[in-house]
Structures are given as structure tokens and as C-alpha cells.
Design a protein around this ligand. Structure first.
Ligand code: ADP
Length: 307
């Protein structure tokens, strides 16, 4: 089997322009989405219903767009689906497993389905994928008994069978405990050295830990595209924090751009986006990626989109 990531340039490009999708019931899932993504880990961050899965499924050639263009290097994704599939590894939000089959046998079976017919080559590939995803020691166990994290790593192992240059993972860390999530992060980060890895998530932490580049998607529109560090920098000197009473929150919202309110030791801790101190008691804080995300989602319009 040829090793695509060794034979092609390690710098891949994914160029998406004016991609739109409206469902039959009128829901505008994607509205003129423009994105340019290079090799590395890319985070697509957005709340439930933002359009992430629609976007990922179109890129994975599982769904048709209404209009727009999408190219992976020189492959026209919307037209030449077969060529794209040869480069693609896809881990959907939910994927079916045959619960009574061992990880090793299932991976072997999936490799046959993907056309790797030479037995020795396939055995070596299966062993290396199991090692890479840290499942080698449990290769004889039935996948039905795997933990959430092990299932996700198995999902990555199957996505890597074709040695893809474009890897799409849809909400991969939902339901993983912190240790499993860390293991999964490490695996994804390694993949991002050679390929474009697009990770869709509503968990800000995922993007903060992993991604060199990111976009915020809401209601089918890209609200921001930047590196996490750059996006955070734009909020320097503008995020103010205060512990308040519940009654104060509503009042603050009528006068200021309250971008988040969290409970902290039983009391709301609010973050306000403002060029100057909103009221006494507010202190300026170092912005973080959550502030970037919430300021975009909740419409602190003064923050630049950096697209
Ligand atoms: P996300 O992955 O960010 O949660 P989705 O792409 O699943 O977002 O959904 C985007 C919007 O499109 C949502 O409003 C959702 O309800 C709607 N939607 C998704 N799939 C369909 C469908 N098959 N038919 C109608 N509406 C859909």
C-alpha cells in the first residue's frame, strides 16, 4: 500500500467558498460559508444546531450542498466524491459497531472492505493501527465492551485504514472522561502533523487544547476564523468580571454586553465585554477562549471576525 502522506506534500489545503445548504423544511443549515484550512488541527466550534454536522457531512461526501465550492488540494469535493474518499478518514458522531466482534477482527474486516486484500499487508496495518490508537493490548476484546474513549479510539483506527490526508471528526470528545479525552487529544494532535484534521465540537476546551486554527459557526454562518491565540488577543483589555447577585444579572444585561454568566461558589460570576469599566466592582481579566466564543455567539459585535 502506498503511504499517501509520504508521497504527497505534507502541506494540504482545503478551500471552501460560499457553501450553502437549506433543508427541505426551510432550515438554513449553512449560509455562504467561506473557509481556508491548511495542514494541522482545525477546530470548528459552535453550539448545537449551528450547522457543524451538516458541514462535516458535506465535506465527507455524505450529503449534497445546494451551492458553493469545496476543494481538497485539487480535488473538487462536491463533484469528484470518489477521489476525495480515497483521501478521507471520517469519524461520525455516532458510528455502528458489531458489538460481539473483537477489535482486531473488526478492523481486519473493515480493511478488507476498503480493498486491502493482501493478507500480510493487512495484518501489519491492523497491528500498527491498534498500536497507534493504544488498543493493541485489548485487541482480542469485543468492541461492545469498550469504554466510550476506547470506542472513539477504535473509530479513529478505522478512519485511518486508508491513511487519509483529510480527517474529519464530529464531536469526538462528548461523553469522554478527562483521562480518555486526554488520550484522544494526543492521538489527534499526532495526526495533525501530517494531515488536515477538522474537529467539530461545542466544547471550548477541545479547541483550546488542540487546535492551531479555528472557526466559530453559529446559525450556519462563520462568525470568526483565527488562531485561538490571535482571537484571544483581540479581547485584551475588554473583558470585565464581577461576582453578582442573581437579581443584578438581568439589570446588567439591559445596559452591558454580558457574554457569560457562570455559577461560582453558588453566585453568578459574569463576564462583560466593554471598552471601559462597566460599573464599580468589575475587574479587568485576561480573556480566554471561552470569552472569544461567547462574545461571538452572544453578539459582542465590536469583536473583529479576523476572517
Ligand atoms: P450541529 O451539528 O452544529 O448541531 P446540524 O448540522 O446537525 O448542527 O444542524 C443544523 C441545523 O439544521 C439545525 O437547525 C438542525 O435542526 C437542522 N437539521 C439538521 N439535519 C436536518 C434534516 N435532515 N432536516 C431538517 N433540518 C435539519
Amino acid at each position: 500500500m502506498t503511504n499517501a502522506s509520504e508521497t504527497t506534500s505534507s502541506q494540504h489545503q482545503l478551500k471552501i467558498s460560499k457553501l450553502s445548504k437549506t433543508y427541505a423544511n426551510g432550515t438554513k443549515a449553512l449560509q455562504q460559508v467561506d473557509l481556508h484550512i491548511s495542514t494541522g488541527m482545525f477546530g470548528l466550534l459552535g453550539p448545537n444546531g449551528a450547522g457543524k454536522s451538516t458541514f462535516m457531512r458535506i465535506l465527507a461526501t455524505l450529503q449534497e450542498a445546494d451551492s458553493g465550492a469545496a476543494y481538497f488540494n485539487d480535488i473538487n469535493i462536491l463533484k469528484d466524491k470518489h477521489a476525495l474518499r480515497n483521501q478521507l478518514g471520517y469519524l461520525p458522531q455516532e458510528f455502528g459497531l458489531y458489538p460481539k466482534v473483537s477489535a482486531e477482527n473488526l478492523l481486519n474486516h473493515l480493511a478488507i472492505l476498503k480493498g486491502i486484500l493482501h493478507k500480510k499487508t493487512r495484518q501489519q496495518l491492523v497491528a500498527s493501527l491498534l498500536q497507534k490508537t493504544n488498543l493493541y493490548d485489548v485487541r482480542k476484546k469485543k468492541v461492545g465492551g469498550f469504554s466510550g474513549g476506547m470506542k472513539q479510539r477504535f473509530g479513529i483506527a478505522q478512519a485511518l485504514i486508508t491513511n487519509p490526508n483529510l480527517i474529519i471528526v464530529d464531536e469526538p470528545t462528548a461523553g469522554l472522561d478527562p483521562a480518555e479525552r486526554n488520550r484522544f487529544y494526543n492521538l489527534l494532535a499526532e495526526l495533525g502533523e501530517q494531515a488536515i484534521v477538522i474537529l467539530s465540537t461545542h466544547i471550548v476546551e477541545d479547541v483550546k487544547e488542540l487546535c492551531t486554527d479555528m472557526a466559530v459557526l453559529n446559525k450556519g454562518q462563520i462568525l470568526l476564523k483565527a488562531s485561538p491565540a490571535k482571537a484571544i488577543q483581540t479581547l485584551e483589555g475588554k473583558i470585565w468580571e464581577k461576582h453578582v447577585n442573581k437579581a443584578e444579572v438581568a439589570e446588567l444585561k439591559t445596559h452591558f454586553q454580558v457574554i457569560s454568566e457562570k455559577m461560582f461558589a453558588g453566585k453568578p460570576l459574569v463576564h462583560v465585554y466593554s471598552d471601559s469599566q462597566p460599573t464599580t466592582g468589575f475587574r479587568l481579566v485576561e480573556p480566554d477562549l471561552e470569552d472569544v466564543y461567547f462574545s461571538k455567539i452572544f453578539g459582542a459585535t465590536a469583536t473583529p471576525a479576523l476572517v
